[in-house]
Design a protein around this ligand. Structure first.
Ligand code: NAP
Length: 489
């Protein structure tokens, strides 16, 4: 990759539609505009529309109006829209990656990886659209017949975070389109550009007007609140923090909405002494450093068997310390900035807290001076049990390493969290692997691998990490209702 020029950057930002997308029309927001900035420089990139409550309601009006036709639209055609959009995303991967890097900060290579991953949800659900089926059964008394069919849940509100600006959208939009639902999408205000481009791609792929409506807003709660209470809305799918998820659940209770909640994580990464330590270090780099550590799946705590803990920490520190930090558009950079000053302040605070309680920084532990929100990749050892970063989602490039004595202690430590999204386990002992996997309180496990995300697999958590699954055959079920028909023969 050669270093990208300022005019290339300007061109990809200029081609993004900056308005709201409602009922197939691009229109201004009633509240003016909101600014999007580049976290690598702190400089503004552009302005996008700022929606009012009335704009959000107009988006739901459009989704509601388009609903009946779309729910009856031939499934094959729904799938073909997704397939065309998949092809378009893949063919425009370079420009979409640059745009994502500019608004979110991750490196171009990571943005490309997210675009490939995000596009896969459209390919997967284009194939699922034609596999929505029901059941025909003989009643136990032999007389009646029991018929079940699947129908779209209806208009959905899809709210996404800034850390994966495209993929967190496609894994909701893909199954919603495939199932025959219409939707209002609200991306995070820090990273709306990738989603705006996605709406344009879907428009060009032939998605009928009103099926997808996109609203960008500077005050999410105020703007989206009335929609959550509107009886025409039937589902809310949210990816974001546990705190906001909990409050949205409360709001949704009035309307008894179907819910999917993809919330925060605190993933343990367990390395047993029978593991291949070098492979575990490779996996740890991916599990920790993907997305600059700003992933719900990021390994938050490294629990390593006492006999290999020092070796693991030293090798991990060697890898992380050698990573080049800088603007994601620059050649050779492996670690971009954090999303904003608050997030960097939180990461720095958690590290200071751990160091203050006796932890040691093997590498890193510093904020970078100058423009942008950079933080050095960090490995900590001797982390005491009461350090805040063992309980809190770090969301940054910081790896605390703790030793353990035996399998029971490792599992107890791994499960000692309110979260339950994902855990990583490294062991070469098959019996141990299966024992440990069964006892971990998480929705997903990476067994001898540092990444679990796959469009063909059910992504999701338990405990305070939420509920519902995205991707895999399970993903479309979130957008379908089951209707049972009692048939009198
Ligand atoms: P966040 O603050 O909870 O925001 C997520 C989204 O919700 C944004 O679009 C935000 O809009 C919107 N929002 C905030 N308050 C709202 C309200 N009262 N009503 C309606 N919408 C509201 O989370 P974040 O900081 O963007 O994302 C990081 C979090 O997401 C982390 O905890 C991470 O673990 C989690 N996450 C989970 C998964 C998963 O699959 N489990 C995947 C990725 C990320 P604004 O931008 O306007 O605030």
């Amino acid at each position: 990759m050669s270093t990208i020029t300022a005019s290339e950057e300007q061109r990809v930002v200029e081609q993004v539609p900056k308005q709201l997308y409602i009922g197939g029309q691009w229109r201004d927001g009633a509240k003016g505009t909101l600014s999007v900035e580049d976290p690598a420089t702190g400089e503004p990139l552009c302005e996008v529309a700022d929606a009012s409550t009335d704009d959000a309601r107009a988006a739901l009006d459009a989704a509601d109006e388009a609903g009946p036709e779309w729910s009856r639209h031939p499934p094959r055609e729904r799938g073909e829209v997704l397939r065309r959009a998949f092809d378009a995303i893949v063919s425009r991967q370079d420009e979409l990656a640059l745009l994502m890097t500019l608004e979110m900060g991750k490196t171009i290579a990571e943005s490309k990886a997210e675009i490939a991953y995000g596009a896969e949800f459209f390919r997967w659900f284009s194939e699922q659209a034609v596999r929505i089926d029901g059941r025909y059964a003989v009643a136990p008394n032999g007389q009646g017949r029991l018929l079940t069919l699947k129908q779209p849940v209806g208009p959905c509100l899809l709210i996404t975070p800034w850390n994966f600006p495209l993929a967190m959208g496609t894994r909701k939009i893909g199954p919603a389109i495939a199932a025959g639902c219409t939707m209002v999408v609200k991306p995070a205000q820090q990273t709306p550009l990738s989603m705006l481009m996605l709406a344009k791609i879907l428009e060009e792929a032939g998605l009928p007007n009103g099926v997808l409506n996109l609203v960008t807003a500077s005050s999410s709660g105020e703007t989206m609140g009335p929609l959550i209470g509107d009886s025409r809305l039937r589902k809310l799918s949210f990816t974001g923090s546990t705190e906001v998820g909990r409050s949205l659940m409360e709001q949704a209770s009035g309307n008894l909405l179907r819910l999917s909640m993809e919330l925060g994580g605190n993933a343990p990464f367990i390395v047993f002494d029978d593991a291949d330590v070098d492979a575990a270090v490779e996996g740890a780099v991916i599990a920790k450093m993907r997305n600059v550590g700003e992933a719900c799946t990021a390994a938050n705590r490294f629990h390593v068997a006492g006999r290999v803990a020092d070796e693991f920490a030293e090798k991990l520190a060697g890898k992380l310390g050698a990573m080049k930090v800088g603007r994601g558009t620059e050649e050779g950079v492996e670690v971009g900035p954090l999303i904003d000053a608050d997030q960097r302040g939180k990461v720095a605070g958690l590290v200071e807290d751990a160091l203050g309680r006796g932890a040691k920084a093997v590498v890193g532990g510093h904020t970078r001076d100058g423009a942008g929100y950079f933080y050095d990749p960090t490995v900590l050892t001797d982390v005491p049990d009461d350090a805040e970063l063992l309980r809190e989602e770090i969301f940054g490039p910081v790896a605390p390493v703790k030793g353990f004595a035996d399998e029971d202690e490792a599992i107890a430590a791994a499960n000692d969290t309110e979260y339950g999204l994902v855990a990583y386990v490294y062991t070469n002992n098959l019996k141990r692997a299966l024992r440990v996997v069964e006892r971990l309180e998480t929705g997903m496990v990476g067994l001898n691998q540092g990444m679990v995300s796959n469009a063909a697999a059910p992504f999701g958590g338990i405990k305070q990490s939420g509920f519902g699954r995205e991707g895999g055959p399970e993903g479309i079920e979130e957008y379908l209702e089951t209707k049972y028909v009692a048939v009198n023969l």
